[in-house]
Design a binder for this molecule. Structure first.
Ligand code: F6R
Length: 607
């Protein structure tokens, strides 16, 4: 969601902040701002809209300060405008703050502060925090003490960065349930809500732990836990370079990331198949609890939830125990039975999605064993889970998930096989499974090569559509759901997914002459049934794009893509590239901002 950057050091802060914010643009925002500090005072600049608006305000000014904070805001409390844009400053313009997250007790804080004479300028929850720090500064006359004291009063989620004329070479940082990365180089110290903002300057990074506070000085960072005890920094060398955060010759990050999938699938498999065995030593600490599990829940949001439905279906075929997929936003409040014999698997690219984090906390408090399937190293989800298996999709920048999704499907498939093995259920198809897994990257590349020459033409059929329907049975329904999500989020064409067998129970009423139906029939057991359902839509005038296997008869269909020969339970993985391209080219023909779709954010860190 919102992006944060902060810097203090030898160099000039403004370019570091602006370039950092540019690298965070993919997270989604609707206004932006920076504050720069020196002993002369604070200078704040804000603009509604794109970063280019802010850039036009700051360029050609003499701004050589060495300390500053920056922000891109995605509106939650208050409309996007200059007043609500961050940074927020106190009335004497001596303290400035940027905030990600939601301060849940801001109404009572605001009340208390107004009773003490504070006047609010904006509609945001964040402004309460800057006045609160001012309130404590007046009492303690020390910025560090005031910042730490104010943080203690906050309820909700926050990534906070504060600068002040009272300590003009310092950036004060705190986080709770909102991501925050710290960095260090010979030039200075940095903070940001996501690593790409810092990669141009340093790869020596660390994640600020939940509840911790950091005090950034030009040459070092002091860390404190929630109780105020000083902690040791634990730096790590970030595994991705700046290259990963650049488009590398493609027009968009999404296009680049779709093409990267053979490689990211290979990376996700790396070291996890030895001979004929699937190896996931990450599960060792909870083997006993897996063995005891009498039901398995797969929990996540959005695309990651679709990966969970895949996990549920694959596991249900392997072990005779109940397995269900539940959206995290429902699970966190719902009446789903969870106890110490429940195994809960949480899937998340970012590892920072607010609903998924709340869901894992609920599962743990009910005694469940928890596994995280995450992409971002050291993310909050991985710190909470009993065991973590990482997808190795690398940095995913486009808001619409592509390579993270196929990496999730790949790892979930391995995980389901491993869980079945641990639980004592073996399959006679084991050797064939290993053979196809070893071929998965090549088969994904082959699917890209098959799909690309025709998919532009198919996508142009969608250009002027208002409603498109995706259908499939069993595992093909996972592709239908994810295909519909991809199309709607980046092209803004309304798309829905239905089980093909459910059509005649209602949705077929929507089919008219020339309605586009995108059908998946890659599961031999039910392919003929799906083809019958498709024909029912053709009889009502539907135009069909059919994605099917090598053997399903498809006479009479004009727009057909046949995926390479593969085990049906792996077909979802390779067919994903087809609907990703379809959505991509449809969005591109409609002139959409593909990497930054409207109203969406890469990492949804608020509820
Ligand atoms: C859609 C998309 C979102 C995310 C969802 C969960 O393309 O990317 O639906 O899948 O917001 O995000 P993570 O996986 O970071 O928990």
């Amino acid at each position: 969601m919102c992006g944060i950057t902060g810097f203090t050091g030898k160099g000039t802060a403004l370019p570091v902040l602006m370039q950092g914010l540019e690298k965070l643009e993919y997270r989604g925002y609707d206004s932006a701002g920076v504050t720069l500090a020196d002993d002369q005072g604070l200078r704040t600049f804000k603009a509604k809209g794109r970063l280019s608006e802010l850039r036009s305000i700051v360029e050609n000014r003499e701004l050589h300060q060495h300390t500053g904070i920056g922000h891109t805001r995605w509106a939650t409390h208050g409309v996007p405008n200059n007043l609500n844009a961050h940074p927020h400053t106190n009335s004497t313009n001596t303290i400035s703050l940027v905030h990600n997250g939601i301060i849940e007790n801001y109404v009572s804080l605001k009340q208390m502060l107004e009773n003490n004479g504070y006047v609010f300028q904006s509609e945001t929850d964040s402004e309460a925090v800057v006045h609160l720090i001012d309130y404590y500064y007046r009492r303690f006359q020390d910025m560090e003490t005031a910042f730490k004291r104010a943080v203690r009063d906050l309820e909700g989620s926050y990534g906070l960065c504060v600068i002040s004329t009272y300590a003009p070479d310092t950036v004060f940082v705190a986080r709770k349930e909102s991501p925050m990365i710290l960095g260090i180089s010979d030039e200075g110290t940095y903070c940001a809500s996501d690593a790409p903002a810092l990669l141009e300057y340093t790869r020596k990074l660390m994640t600020l732990n939940d509840g911790d506070i950091a005090v950034l000085k030009p040459e070092h960072i002091a860390l404190f836990d929630a109780k105020g005890n000083e902690k040791k920094e634990e730096w790590m060398e970030f595994p991705y370079d700046l290259q990963s955060a650049q488009k590398g010759g493609y027009d968009t990050f999404m296009e680049k990331e779709i093409h990267e999938q053979p490689q990211t699938i290979r990376e996700t498999m790396r070291g996890r198949i030895e001979g004929k065995s699937i190896v996931l030593p990450e599960l060792d600490p909870i083997l006993g609890r897996i063995l005891r599990a009498d039901h398995v829940l797969w929990i996540a949001c959005g695309t990651a939830y679709h990966a969970c439905v895949y996990g549920q279906m694959v596991l249900n075929r392997l072990v005779p125990i109940n397995s269900a997929a539940i959206p995290a936003s429902e699970f966190r409040y719902g009446n789903y039975y969870v106890d110490k014999n429940t195994l809960c698997i949480f899937v998340s690219q970012s590892g920072e999605t607010a609903d998924t984090l709340a869901a894992i906390k609920r599962a743990k408090s009910s005694g469940a064993a928890t596994i995280a399937v995450a992409n971002v190293l050291g993310s909050s989800l991985t710190r909470i889970a009993d065991a973590t298996v990482y997808t190795c999709a690398g940095l995913e920048i486009a808001v619409a998930s592509t390579k993270a999704y196929t990496a999730q499907l790949t790892l979930i498939y391995l995980l389901a096989q491993k869980l079945a093995e641990i639980m004592g259920y073996s399959t006679r198809e084991h050797d064939e499974i290993i053979t196809y897994l070893n071929e998965l990257d090549r088969l994904t590349q082959e699917t890209i090569d098959i799909a690309k020459p025709v998919i532009r033409e198919y996508a142009s059929m969608l250009k002027n559509e208002h409603d498109v329907y995706f259908i499939g049975r069993q595992l093909d329904y996972v592709s239908a759901m994810e295909g519909a999500l991809k199309l709607k989020e980046i092209s803004y064409i309304h798309a829905d997914a239905y089980y093909a067998g459910e059509l005649k129970h209602g949705p077929i009423a929507l089919i008219q002459d020339q309605t586009v139906v995108i059908a998946f029939a890659t599961q031999p057991e039910v392919a003929s049934k799906t083809i019958s359902n498709i024909k029912e839509t053709v009889a009502r005038g539907a135009k069909i794009i059919l994605i099917t296997d090598q053997n399903t008869p498809a006479e009479g269909f004009t727009y057909v893509i046949r995926i390479p020969e593969i085990r049906p339970d792996l077909a979802c993985i390779i067919s994903a590239v087809i609907f990703q391209f379809l959505a991509y080219y449809a969005a591109s023909e409609r002139g959409c901002d593909i990497d930054k779709p409207r109203n969406l954010a890469k990492s949804v860190t608020v509820e």
